[in-house]
Write a protein that binds this ligand. Structure first.
Ligand code: SF4
Length: 472
């Protein structure tokens, strides 16, 4: 039975209880959100190492990290190292987008070691098993999907919304079809003169997903790849089909989230999220960025985190990170770290702005530690403690500087917080004293009592040699 079927039957599963504990909400609320399709718990029945989590707009905004090898780079050890880096820096889910060699071994190892849900795009493996993409058969696709479900994949991107009738709508685009899955399927449709097999076999796929409780991530194969193409007819025609498929999957008892763009001007992001929520009856929206400008290759973790913040503010439930290597190359461990930092900032900023319970406590605790010159507490509370400490230590490495009432940014004579505090102590500013002074004791807000990042939560997972966090 899937989490959706259980929820509809009024059953609270172990996964729902765990999720309620992690989100600090009532189990009944989790069950209702899952039963209504407003949230998903991607949890393949065969994924034994999973610590269940939930994706939905009423819960904390989640972040996905893409990893995976290509024909040119990486191996099993390297992929496990990337998985560990992604989890260590706070990924809520990880997608294995491998297109190189050893696909089964890498996927199985990832699932075995991962406490977070693992997602895949099965069309990538199908392409690897034929000479030409147009050689893919319906049977091969179903075979790959069934095998990956059996291996324990928690959610799969299925580009079933790319239809034959949509393809002419992409003709005038500036950047055509930029989704890998979308471009493969468009080629298949054109060369075979037949409808998208993921669409025609959707019922069969629902049956497989129901057996293993795999969650759909309905892919946006026609997403815009440039600002010029955002919100065009092709994108919205596909979205309408994704709405139809959402309802079909729900009818079959299968959980669904829907993927979104891509590249979208800032002023259109909220409108796009609202449209998806309307067309897909509130199914969780899982967005890639979006990038709000096309001009900054090398910095697209930033261009896209800006759009992701806006999207989460408007109701997107999960943000797929983008790394600095986007459009340029396969991300390495440092890129995974930078991408995740950008996206966890986006997710948290949106949670604060949306008034998510407990989110602001983290900011307040860090601010109090900062004003109290409690450097160790400040590092401990930081989104990336290792980076915060290493930057501080670059100029003031000694232990004595962990008590210092300044840092090298303004220097000892110009430290505004020290000057402000001395002035208050001298009574010169007594007339503007506020009750806020009492809150500067960081000891009042220990890290354990605020909404700490999940960094280190999964340190018990086996650490491949050389991975971030491997001290040995
Ligand atoms: S020196 Fe400047 S940056 Fe450093 S603690 Fe003081 S006010 Fe903050």
């Amino acid at each position: 039975m899937t989490q959706l079927q259980a929820a509809r039957n009024g059953t609270v599963t172990g996964a729902m209880e765990r999720v309620a504990e992690r989100e600090n909400v009532e189990t009944a609320f989790v069950r209702e959100q899952v039963a209504d399709g407003q949230a998903v718990i991607p949890a393949n029945v065969g994924h034994d190492s999973l610590d269940p989590m939930i994706i939905g707009r009423e819960f904390g905004t989640k972040v996905n990290a893409n990893i995976g090898n290509s024909e040119e780079t990486s191996d099993l050890e390297g992929e496990l190292a990337k998985l560990h880096t992604a989890v260590h820096y706070g990924a809520d889910t990880v997608m294995d987008l491998s297109t190189g060699s050893d696909l089964d071994a890498i996927r199985e190892a990832n699932i075995e070691h991962s406490p977070v849900p693992i997602g895949t795009v099965p069309i990538y493996e199908a392409v690897k098993r034929v000479e030409e993409p147009s050689d893919i058969t319906h049977e091969l696709l179903l075979d790959v999907i069934e095998k990956q479900a059996r291996q324990g994949v928690d959610y799969m991107t299925i580009h079933a919304g790319v239809l034959m009738e949509h393809l002419p709508l992409t003709d005038g685009r500036k950047t055509g079809i930029v989704s890998r899955g979308g471009s493969i399927l468009a080629q298949w449709i054109e060369e075979n003169g037949m409808e998208n097999p993921l669409y025609t076999e959707f019922d069969e796929i629902c049956g497989i997903f129901a057996d293993y409780d795999v969650t759909f991530s309905l892919g946006d194969g026609l997403r815009p790849g440039s600002l010029a193409d955002a919100g065009d007819e092709a994108q919205y025609a596909e979205l309408d089909t994704l709405g139809e498929l959402t309802r079909t999957a729900w009818d079959r008892g299968v959980q669904v989230m829907v993927e979104g763009p891509g590249h979208v001007p800032m002023d259109q992001v909220a409108e796009q999220v609202e449209r998806q929520q309307r067309v897909c009856d509130g199914a969780p929206f899982y967005v890639l960025g979006p990038l709000v400008t096309d001009i900054a290759p090398g910095y697209d973790h930033i261009t896209s985190a800006i759009g992701a913040t806006e999207a989460a503010r408007a109701g997107a439930a999960m943000l797929c990170y983008v790394t600095p290597k986007e459009h340029l190359g396969l991300p390495e461990q440092d890129d995974v770290r930078d991408g995740l930092a950008a996206y966890r900032i986006a997710a948290h900023s949106a949670d604060v702005a949306n008034g998510r319970e407990g989110a602001r406590a983290w900011d307040d605790a860090l601010s109090e530690a900062r004003y109290a010159f409690d450097w160790r507490e400040q590092f401990d509370l930081a989104l990336d403690p290792e980076r915060a400490k290493s930057y501080h230590d670059q100029t003031l490495p000694g232990d004595n500087y962990k008590e210092a009432r300044f840092c090298s940014m303004c220097g000892v004579d110009f430290c505004s917080m020290r000057i402000d505090q001395d002035a208050r102590e001298d009574g010169e500013m007594a007339d503007i004293e506020t009750a806020g002074d009492e809150r500067t004791d960081a000891g009042d807000s220990p890290a354990a009592e605020v909404n700490r990042p999940p960094v280190g939560t999964h340190d018990g997972a086996s650490i491949p040699p050389g991975a971030v966090g491997d001290d040995g």
